[in-house]
Design a protein around this ligand. Structure first.
Ligand code: GLY
Length: 405
């Protein structure tokens, strides 16, 4: 145990000590860079007549390509909320009305999600990144109603016996039970928000039940996580932990661990229950203790082909954003260590190695989407950009002494 603690402290110390930036890192410099890339993308999304199809959302730019591959905003496309979210964050930074108008138009393409039955758990990603940020910045009452209605829709996936939200209804047979994936932790924020803003208070109970069951069953004794927990459809009993997007059932899939760090930080924010605060530090520490020198993880910490394995910049962006928030909930020394780790991650992501710059119009290179399916490997992916700009804004607010939310 002593060795583990020593290893973790050393990991955090090394993270703070190394520097890989090729120019001066600052939140403002990198946010300016993001704004320039957003302008390039907006131009690129127009057709030859200068018309934008606001239902087509940037999803990825694969190796060798220079333009976003866009996907139609449908219930099945889980990434459609990130581009509107990027625009809202860019608007928050620039206060540029033309960016706000673009954000509004892309956001409006997702309204249908509040009007139809749930396809799966991704409703939080879809609607809170878009409408959630939109409401935070504009207080548009129509946005509020969309968020409230979507929270009720997400709640229909709650399975009381299992005590969790069924993440992928379409995959129950494939997994041999109700599946709850770690990514699902991110969607709880939508439920808390709704419960506190005129929705049913029961929505918060669902979120707490989901998080508690996840905390109990979806982690190994060393606090690394299973991507998927499978629960018996009749009794709700926990059956097994497996992977879907990781290297193996017992490996640490980088983005899964990142979702856990982010999700349990939100749980503490929303409940102020110290169980979550204690827990998330353990989940974060095992991640930090095993990072490579540049603080951007390999896509799975246990891929035997490391150091040749691809990285996942998206996981680094998610964790950086989460750690900045977590740092504000802890006593000075512990909090600063997490903040320093986050700055180290953002500095690395902002270096020539990870920023897209002239290569393409995304913010970042080198994310891995779904390695087992051989999909989106070492690519620019929209959610990496979303959490990167979110983290930069959080850092800016932190440094300026402004509230993060
Ligand atoms: N939510 C799916 C993923 O993280 O790839």
């Amino acid at each position: 145990m002593k060795n583990l603690v020593f290893g973790m402290s050393m990991g955090m110390f090394l993270l703070a000590a190394c520097s890989v930036s090729d120019r001066t890192f600052s939140a403002d410099n990198e946010l300016d860079y993001c704004s320039r890339q957003v302008e390039r993308t907006l131009k690129d999304l127009k057709d030859e007549n200068g018309v934008t199809d606001y239902t087509m959302m940037p999803r990825n730019i694969l190796q060798g390509e220079t333009r976003w591959n866009c996907r139609k905003a449908t219930s099945e496309e889980w990434c459609s909320g990130f581009w509107p979210g990027v625009l809202w964050y860019d608007y928050e930074y620039t206060q540029d009305e033309s960016i706000r108008q673009e954000a509004e138009k892309f956001t409006a393409s997702l309204k249908f999600l509040s009007e139809k039955p749930a396809y799966d758990h991704d409703l939080g990603f879809l609607v809170f990144c878009s409408y959630g940020n939109g409401y935070r910045l504009t207080r548009n009452p129509e946005y509020k109603q969309v968020i409230l209605d979507t929270a009720d829709t997400l709640a229909t996936l709650f399975r009381p016996k299992a005590g969790t939200i069924l993440s992928w209804p379409r995959n129950v047979q494939m997994f041999g039970g109700y599946n709850t994936i770690m990514d699902n932790m991110i969607n709880l924020e939508l439920l808390f928000w709704a419960s506190k803003n005129g929705g049913n208070p029961y929505l918060a109970d669902i979120a707490i039940s989901h998080a508690d069951r996840t905390m109990k069953y979806q982690f190994r004794p060393d606090y690394t996580s299973y991507h998927v927990a499978v629960y018996d459809t009749l009794s709700g009993e926990f059956l097994r932990g497996v992977t879907h997007q990781g290297y193996g059932d017992n490996t640490m899939w980088a983005r899964g661990q990142a979702w856990a760090i982010y999700g349990f930080t939100v749980m503490y924010r929303e409940t102020k229950d110290v169980r979550y605060l204690d827990f998330v530090q353990k989940v974060a520490d095992v991640y930090l203790s095993r990072l490579p020198e540049d603080a951007v993880p390999y896509w799975d910490f246990d891929d035997p082909s490391i150091p040749e394995a691809p990285r996942d910049a998206s996981a680094a962006a998610v964790v950086a954003s989460a750690l900045l928030e977590l740092s504000t909930y802890l006593p000075a020394e512990r909090g600063s260590a997490y903040k320093d780790s986050a700055v180290r991650m953002l500095t690395s992501l902002s270096s020539e190695k990870y920023q897209s710059r002239k290569t393409n119009t995304a913010f970042l290179l080198h994310s891995t989407g779904h390695w087992p399916a051989k999909s989106e490997i070492d690519a620019s992916i929209i959610y990496a950009d979303y959490y990167y700009i979110e983290a930069l804004l959080r850092l800016k607010k932190l440094e300026e002494g402004k509230p993060m939310f």
